[in-house]
Design a protein around this ligand. Structure first.
Ligand SMILES: [Mn+2]
Length: 593
């Protein structure tokens, strides 16, 4: 999936400097071994690749990682602060039907909980309740209709949070906090507690107050509630309330709950300054742990199988939706959570629409098929694009465009290594695209922005829990994941839509012959990369992307396309036969109960 290009075109001088860095880099030699490994991984296997089994994690290690994530957040906000993370609100599909529920990423990142209406509160300054999970009580009626809800024990087992209060206590808790007053949850609403106050193990401290500030601002009863640091800070106007996505002009697409909460809190701040929690999460989430990489790899592996099976379907499909149905089938078959973003499956001229999402058109022999489809698994998204000939063979003009994008992608991958940025990668790819377009006659000046008529998006973006993930302008470090996705789109109306200036008229006249030759062709190739100490590893390496000459590479007839090949064509997409259509045993790791 493409992201709008926010990068202003570099000056010629900058490009010259970049070019010299590129070719003189000492890292290039270190990359050779990595490159050889990548090449080996990219060698085409003889059959469609079945998704390997889902990763399985040791629960103690998983909980240790979640606890470590919460500790890093706690350390970042400090003892005078409180963080409130709300669950995603259900989104209405129509009337009383909701869209599939998807937990808010940061809450999931700290808890692995998929429960609606759960709220996590971190109060690092509290000695007794540094973490409280507000959880809706299980309801037999709700479970009858919509399925299982977490028991407090299940929520604790999944998240590692051991202080769990009934969700209805949240409002009272907030009110008390803003009044610098003690708060006493109803004993029956303390669903689980390490402090010996759970309903099944009620000790003398059941329903303890959280701490009371006297008129002078010092805390009494701190030994009971352990909440003194925060309330003292609030009394001294030094406390912080951390919320996601704050502040933000206009209505947030995703964080309206937080906006409402902040708007209400600001009316009476009670010694708390509202702070933005998002940069803290962004800084952590841009660096993926081995566990996160395994989940993302699985999402990618499912996506690879979906692409390959869809190519097989394309050989006999008449309509785009028939091809898309194979993608949906594989995602469901391999137990993906969902797609990470709506499938993009476009034939012919539809490949020139970046986010084409209504696959209703015919697929004709001779068309290119652009598929940008990525599964989501364990809350991590893949993002994978291939552009392949429906009938198995590229025309020369299609191959001309394809090869530029292939080369641009290779250049981008070579440019990516620790210390550089997404912008550097974009410049490397753009250089190749510009030179390629000039050679084909589609632009007249590589020092200009003309190329943006045909390549109008960025070369890549961070990839993670969001398909366009958090990370901003962070420099690459090992473990960071991003996409490498240059594209060229010769939209049939592109020249008509240019403003009518003398300069543009001149440009149009110059590129018209090439435009007529290439119009209607759209090519994007998108791979998912992880930064390594030496450069990058292609997480999508198993999915072919190189144009093959069929007669050179074929040792046996291809079962899918045999009979379609004709003498005299130049390039082909080698589609592998299906070895087995039996479902393999995929052991699924779900963080839901
Ligand atoms: Mn993308």
């Amino acid at each position: 999936m493409t992201r709008r290009n926010v990068i202003v075109s570099a000056s010629a001088l900058t490009l010259a400097i970049l070019f010299s860095v590129f070719f003189l880099s000492p890292v290039a030699a270190n990359n050779e071994k990595e490159a050889a490994n990548n090449e080996k991984e990219r060698a085409i296997a003889p059959v469609i690749r079945i998704t390997p089994p889902a990763p399985v994690f040791d629960d103690a290690k998983r909980l240790a990682e979640l606890a470590a994530r919460r500790k890093r957040i706690a350390d970042a906000i400090g003892p005078k602060a409180i963080l409130v993370l709300f669950s995603a609100e259900p989104r209405v599909y129509t009337n009383d039907v909701d869209y599939q529920y998807r937990q808010e990423n940061n809450l999931f990142y700290l808890t692995n909980l998929n429960q609606k209406r759960a709220t996590l509160v971190l109060m690092p300054g509290s000695t007794q309740t540094p973490e409280i999970l507000f959880l809706p009580r299980r309801s037999p009626a709700a479970e009858t209709w919509t399925g299982h809800m977490y028991s407090s024990q299940e929520a604790a087992q999944l998240s590692g949070v051991k202080e769990i209060w009934e969700a209805s206590e949240f409002d009272g808790f907030v009110k008390a906090l803003r009044s610098h007053e003690s708060y006493r949850p109803k004993p029956e609403n303390i669903l689980l507690s390490n402090r010996g106050s759970s309903p099944t193990n009620r000790g003398p401290q059941a329903g303890s107050p959280l701490g009371v500030v006297d008129r002078e601002g010092s805390v009494v009863a701190d030994s009971v509630g352990g909440f003194g640091t925060l309330l003292t800070a609030a009394a001294n106007n030094e406390a912080s309330l951390y919320l996601l996505n704050f502040p933000r002009e206009g209505e947030s697409r995703e964080y309206r709950q937080e906006q409402r909460f902040a708007a209400d809190w600001i009316k009476a701040p009670a010694g708390f300054t509202i702070q933005n929690a998002s940069p803290i999460f962004s800084d952590m989430r841009v660096r993926k742990s081995p566990m996160e990489l395994e989940l993302m790899q699985h999402a990618i592996d499912i996506s690879i199988e979906a692409h390959e099976r869809a190519w097989v379907a394309a050989a006999n499909a008449r309509w785009e939706y028939e091809i898309d149905s194979e993608v949906a089938h594989v995602f469901r078959w391999r137990n993906a959570d969902s797609w990470g973003y709506p499938d993009i499956v476009g034939c012919g001229v539809n490949a020139t629409t970046l986010h084409y999402q209504e696959p209703q058109a015919r697929c004709q022999p001779g068309d290119l098929l652009l598929m940008d489809v990525g599964a989501e698994y364990g809350h991590y998204s893949a993002d994978v694009t291939r552009t392949t000939p429906v009938s198995g063979e590229f025309s020369q003009v299609q191959a001309d465009i394809y090869q530029i994008i292939y080369d641009a992608q290779e250049a981008a991958a070579r440019a990516a290594r620790p210390g550089v940025t997404l912008q550097d990668v974009h410049r490397a790819a753009t250089e190749v695209v510009k030179n390629g377009l000039l050679k084909l006659g589609l632009i007249t000046d590589v020092k200009s922005d003309q190329h943006r008529i045909w390549f109008m998006h960025g070369t890549g973006h961070w990839l993670g829990m969001n398909v366009h993930d958090v990370g901003g302008g962070t420099k690459f470090e090992p473990g960071m994941t991003f996409t490498n996705e240059p594209g060229i789109y010769i939209r049939p109306d592109a020249l008509d839509n240019l403003p009518k200036t003398p300069e543009n008229e001149k440009f149009i006249a110059a590129v018209k012959p090439a435009f007529e030759k290439y119009k209607g062709i759209g090519v994007r190739i998108e791979d998912d990369m992880v930064i390594t100490p030496a450069g990058v590893r292609w997480m999508t390496a198993a999915l072919p992307r190189k144009i093959q000459c069929p007669y050179a590479s074929r040792s046996k007839p291809l079962s899918i396309f045999s009979g379609i090949y004709k003498a005299g064509h130049h390039y082909a997409w080698v589609v592998r036969p299906v070895q087995s259509v039996d479902p393999v045993q995929i052991e699924s790791v779900r963080f839901t109960s």
